[in-house]
Design a protein around this ligand. Structure first.
Ligand code: ZN
Length: 94
């Protein structure tokens, strides 16, 4: 192989741990870049979603929302995106 691929230290195969032979391979539902390891033929998302908040944080946000604060305001108060708040409420109501 003559072409030298750029190696991103953050991108590595969860199975074989290689940084080489990792190619972009579409996006997942939440819009994160997915990668594929050409050695193992597996797809993966390198970074877990940054909006993985603890149960407590979510509960608190939902409580605040139900106390009459808008989703947007809840997001601002807790420093996360308002769509997170709506998602949690949606999930909870299922
Ligand atoms: Zn691999």
């Amino acid at each position: 192989m003559s072409r030298v691929a750029k190696i991103d230290e953050n991108i590595y195969c969860p199975k074989c741990g290689k940084h080489e032979h990792q190619v972009k391979h579409g996006k997942n539902k939440s819009g994160s870049q997915k990668y594929r390891c050409n050695d193992c033929n597996i797809d993966y998302t390198p970074e877990p979603r940054p909006w993985q908040y603890s149960e407590e944080v979510r509960e608190q946000a939902i409580k605040t929302y139900y106390s009459g604060v808008s989703g947007r305001k809840v997001g601002l108060l807790n420093n996360f995106n308002k769509s997170n708040v709506y998602n949690w409420i949606k999930k909870r109501n299922k």
